[in-house]
Design a protein around this ligand. Sequence first.
Ligand SMILES: [Zn+2]
Ligand SMILES: [Zn+2]
Ligand SMILES: [Zn+2]
Length: 626
Amino acid sequence: MPPEPVPAEPGWDDDPAWTRPDPMTAAELEAGLDRVCERDEPPGPDEFEDVEPFTPDELAEIQAAAADELLAVEAATTGRRGPGQPGSARVFPGQSSSPAAGFGPGMPLDILPGCAALAVAADAAAGEDGGFAGVSEAELTGVACAWDRVEAHAAARKLAVTAELARRNPAPGDAEFTADQVAYALGESRGRAGDLIGLAQTLETRLPGTLAALLDGTITRYKAEIIARATALLDDAEARAAEQKILDRAARLPPGGLRAAIARAVMEVAPEKAKERREAAARDARVERWAEDSGNAALMGCELPPDEVLAADQRITAWARELKKAGLEGGMDELRARAFLDLLLGKDSRPPQDASGDADSTGPGSSGPGSGRPGSGGPGPAGPDTPPLPAGPAHGAAGFAGRVTLTVPLATVTGLADRPGEIPGIGPVDPWLARDLAAAAARNPKTTWCVTVTDQDGHATGHGCARPEPKSHSKRAGTWPPGFTFSPASRDGPPGGYGTWRLRTPGDGPDLITTLESLTTDPCDHRHETSRHDPGVRLRHLIQVQNATCTSPVCRRPAAQCDTDHNTPYEAGGRTCRCNTGPKCRHDHRLKQHPRWTVDQLPDGTFRWTTPSGRTYTTEPTRYPV
Ligand SMILES: [Zn+2]
Ligand SMILES: [Zn+2]
Ligand SMILES: [Zn+2]
């Protein structure tokens, strides 16, 4: 039986930290929303197979093979037949007779670093009439990637010559006006010309690895700008250390993923500076309002305390749910916008209801969310992910509720246990903020606690969900040091690893007990497998621990907002188990079911996506801070 088609419309979204799938669009960037969007990134970036740099020998081999290809291209463009050309006696194995044969997957021009010669070959690949006759989709993709590398190479050359211009005008009186010289010549604003010079100098003096990656086309200029901006607060040595942490995967990460990865690298290299920058920026806190092109208006708060932003966001979502429950029409975006204004203006947009026995339906004449009505009845016992109901501004908030995951590197599991990881909806944070956020979350009784054990790359290898210790349900007396303690609660675990642990969180909550279990699927012990189609709560949670976002190579939608997809369909005998399931957003779930696309789930936890042209891309499990 074929799998059920996946409907296009995303379903109701149950995540408390509701975020957009990928908030970065060109328009938003232009509007200066960049910083806000960074805050919106989901917890773990989906990351990619490491791109090993070529060894000098390999590079020489590629260049020799590419020279052959380039000769052939030259021969074709001058009307002569050469190796691999139609009619030539010499045909390379696996080579097609298309004018873009050298751009097929793994072929020399597909991997040749960006350079002027590659531009010539890519130009010729279009064929005489520019119609790409006889060129396959896989080759077309190769040509597009080649132009991308050429574009990056050209950008690097342009930056280098701009830096040289600046170098020739070192005197302060001249340097001040170098940007004007460049602006006149390029027809750019003075500000943008100044940015160009600044980027050129930054790459040359502080980010040699990024510059090299730009020069050979591994990364685009936009990605180089992301790295330069994120490392601006570091000294030269720290900037180099930070770029080294991300250059292996900067090529494949989408911009949002790269932004999160470099932000985390900066916090690892210089946590104090990241904290200072955050504290300094907090003095810029403000609310902005502007007219949109459409004629509507926008309202945005900036540089606000993260814990309060999370609490506010949860309140907006909770009130939006109330509006939906009361029958107000609209999608989640629209209802949240309505809720946002309701909460600010003390309004109640719930449509009038017939008087009935429902305690939650206060009917017309309710005095609004400020009355505390929506929270008074409540929708029953709250699950771990249920945010606090809005009780109105007068009631004050208990702080945000979250699932706080403490990450513990396997190597240090016995010694160190006080590292709160990232909190969904906030993205990479410095260690002080992580602790503050965890402490804020601890004040909300709906917060739940998890411990994730990571390997040296930050992949989750073990997990435990914390529960109050059975015999100590009462609150702790006396004063305890703020922060976390993590100590063995039993002797049954293997050395340095799993078993049962006692976790003490900030505040006066009871001690928590957590039993860590292994997350390997190589081989899988099918421990939480179910015979039903839908995974149980625990299985779904563990699936989301391993992949905190959609498993597509370019998607960062939080797993909590994704479908749990069976790699081998349930109807075809696929297990409902961690070894055969992974989060996919609605879009990527539909893509996977398209007959021309293939997705494989491998025992090591990676997902291999094969496009219609036959090119493959691999996604690794989520990396947690280590
Ligand atoms: Zn858990
Ligand atoms: Zn299994
Ligand atoms: Zn997706």
